[in-house]
Design a protein around this ligand. Structure first.
Ligand code: MN
Length: 248
């Protein structure tokens, strides 16, 4: 199995280094990742300037682009073969609930959706993170499962792992996305020249964090796996919308 590994925290992040090392024990791995932290880049592609790639080691490449650029580039011609699977992460921090809308980690996995196997986004949940090995082990186990019995090629598996030693992990749960409260307000300040500056505040706490959600599983000490789709259509209200559009 040939695995393309990417992330949004940059090729030097502890998360991607730990993940690539763990996956190399079960598969052939190539890393194509941003040359710096591009967290919250979402699915953006760079279209107005060219991309440059720097080889940083054997099968290791850094790109001056977004996470989506990295995977797009890798699977549309930069690599001389098509990888079987994209695994993105290990993100330094949660990708729970609405985080997936902004996440570069999830976007990188999503960019591999045409490859024919489910893709995997991996995040370690916490602030001062320690146990990247735990997330790497769970990710490697899921990859082995995918290799043995792929089940749905059009899905992105969004894995979030609590920052605990592997012995303390309670198991792995299939979940749905919860959602967060509104994010914290922006911070206002002035730059050294007296001009106003603003800093986007952190995400809010979980609001829909009840049983069955990704928030709940991680809170209880489980790794959470949510199957994501790219099609955002709310099919169940198409008829209602059609009726609403038809009303005078
Ligand atoms: Mn990140």
């Amino acid at each position: 199995m040939k695995i393309l590994v990417s992330n949004d925290d940059g090729y030097l992040a502890t998360g991607i280094i730990t993940l690539a090392a763990a996956l190399e024990k079960v598969a052939e791995v190539v890393v194509v990742a941003p040359d710096r932290n591009r967290s919250a880049a979402s699915n953006s592609l760079t279209l107005n300037v060219p991309l440059r790639v720097t080889q940083t080691g054997p099968n290791r490449y850094a790109v001056d682009g977004t996470p989506s650029d990295c995977v797009h580039l890798a699977v549309t011609g930069f690599l001389d073969y098509e990888p079987d699977l994209v695994v993105s992460g290990i993100n330094h921090g949660a990708n729970l609930g609405d985080d997936v809308i902004y996440s570069g980690t999830v976007a990188a996995a999503m960019e591999g959706r045409f490859l024919g196997l489910p893709t995997l986004a991996v995040s370690l949940v916490g602030i001062n993170l320690v146990h990247f090995e735990t997330a790497a082990m769970v990710a490697a186990e899921l990859v082995r499962k995918i290799d043995r019995a792929p089940f749905e090629s059009n899905v992105v598996l969004n894995l979030n792992v609590p920052d605990v030693p592997i012995e303390q992990l309670k198991g792995v749960k299939a979940t749905r996305l919860g959602f967060r409260h509104k994010s914290e307000p922006i911070l206002r300040d002035t730059d050294p020249y007296g001009r106003p500056i603003y800093w986007v505040g952190p995400a809010g706490p979980g609001q829909d964090a009840g049983e069955g959600t990704d928030f709940s599983a991680v809170e209880q000490g489980f790794a959470s796996v949510t199957p994501l789709r790219v099609d955002l259509t709310r099919k169940e209200i198409i008829d209602e919308l059609s009726g609403w559009l038809g009303r005078k």
